[in-house]
Design a protein around this ligand. Structure first.
Ligand SMILES: [Zn+2]
Length: 424
């Protein structure tokens, strides 16, 4: 498409398959469409023929047959939608469902007493649904005739509509003054770029089916288009698959009155299959609660698993480190032992040296005594030597005197001898 439903033809690039209308904030399929897409003549080749349900939708639902889709939709989205429908739709009112698909929601509404009519495009599917669920179903596009409805439901339909103004015009024309329009359609978050959406709301990409979803609305753009047809009262309820995926809304031209819990319960108890549906709703709610518990528990489990993995990694590292330290400890222990051995050897040496030192000390003292003794003796000997020297000097002097005397006597003797010889 080269133009948005709002008339803006200056579309911006959003993704490979979609443009963005920056005027109304809708996504616009890049594919070209014609009105003929809603005509089913060839059940195999036409877009919304029998093949759409037997192949495309069974694959999307992850089941093997259209029968299985009915069973699946009945106990999940069908009963979920019904829970809100009984809250807003007047009981026993006339309700039209546009694009009823395999008819499970209309079937539930019929069981709950609504006067329903359902619209679908494929003759083969209409026949199949009539056969399986025995609901009031017609094979045509919505809008023919003069009938007015208290409520119009179009679940997962609006995004497939090529001309949404024409569609809402028909709805507006065929709804009572206080009538309620109920839609579920994909919800484009206008605050996110394509890349951010892929990160933050990855499930949304599954809705970007360009060959089926012609316009994908944001809350802003759906409000804009609904208000342009007088549907000013719009209530958004939580969408079955989550608000990051779809939007689920009730819209009216007048204030929507809400059925009270007592009124709803009373209605359930007075309709033939009401108690059964009430039981289904109770089970649905219990199941949702369990799902939530499971999700919480599972998220907790995942985070604990992450913790365990992290701790295991840390433990392994720590174990490796412990082994390395053990190696170091062993090395250090060995070194300490060697050091201890060395210390003991040195202690032995020290003892020996101490002992030698003590002996040497003792010896030194003995020698000191000897030295003292010898010194004293030396001093005495010195004194004696001096005395003897004096004696020697005295004796020398006496000897010299004696010698001198002897020489004098000898001279006398010689003289006397000479004198004697001369007299003879
Ligand atoms: Zn637009």
């Amino acid at each position: 498409m080269d133009k948005c439903w709002c008339g803006n033809d200056k579309l911006k690039e959003y993704s490979k398959n979609y443009f963005l209308c920056s005027e109304c904030k809708s996504l616009v399929s890049k594919k070209a469409f014609e009105d003929s897409i809603y005509h089913v003549e060839d059940e195999n080749d036409d877009l919304y023929g029998e093949n759409y349900w037997e192949e495309v939708m069974t694959k999307e639902a992850g089941v093997n047959s259209t029968d299985e889709i009915i069973d699946l939709y009945l106990h999940e989205r069908g009963i979920y939608w019904l829970k809100y429908i009984v809250k807003y739709f007047p009981f026993n009112s006339k309700v039209a469902e546009i694009g009823c698909g395999l008819g499970q929601l209309s079937y539930l509404m019929k069981m709950l007493g609504y006067q329903q009519i359902a619209y679908e495009l494929s003759p083969a599917i209409c026949k199949y649904v009539k056969n399986k669920l025995n609901i009031n179903i017609v094979c045509q596009t919505f809008g023919k005739g003069n009938e007015k409805y208290d409520a119009i439901v179009a679940m997962d339909v609006f995004e497939h509509i090529l001309n949404p103004q024409e569609f809402l015009g028909e709805c507006s024309e065929h709804i009572t003054d206080k009538g309620i329009l109920c839609l579920q359609t994909p919800c484009y978050d206008e605050t996110l770029t394509y890349d951010k959406m892929r990160c933050e709301k990855p499930r949304f990409e599954k809705l970007m089916v360009e060959e089926q979803h012609i316009f994908i609305y944001s809350k802003k753009s759906i409000t804009q288009i609904l208000e342009s047809y007088g549907f000013y009262e719009i209530i958004f309820e939580p969408a079955f698959f989550g608000n990051d995926y779809d939007m689920f809304l009730f819209a009216s031209k007048e204030k929507i009155s809400v059925n009270s819990a007592e009124e709803i319960d009373n209605h359930f108890n007075h309709v033939e299959s009401g108690r059964l549906i009430k039981a289904m709703l109770t089970l649905f709610d219990a199941n949702r609660e369990l799902e939530l518990c499971y999700q919480t528990a599972d998220a907790d489990r995942s985070s604990r698993l992450e913790q365990i993995e992290e701790l295991t990694k840390m433990l392994k590292e720590s174990e490796k480190d412990r082994e390395a330290r053990l190696g170091e400890i062993n090395d250090l222990t060995r070194m300490v032992q060697e050091c201890e051995k060395d210390r003991e050897a040195r202690l032995g040496e020290i003892s020996k040296l101490t002992q030698m030192l003590q002996e040497s000390e003792k010896d030194r003292e003995a020698r000191l005594k000897q030295i003292n003794e010898l010194t004293r003796m030396l001093q005495e000997s010195e004194k004696d030597r001096e005395m003897r020297l004096k004696q020697i000097n005295e004796l020398t002097r006496m000897l010299q005197e004696s010698e001198a005397d002897r020489e004098a006597r000898l001279n006398q003797i010689n003289t006397l001898t000479e004198m004697l010889y001369k007299k003879r």
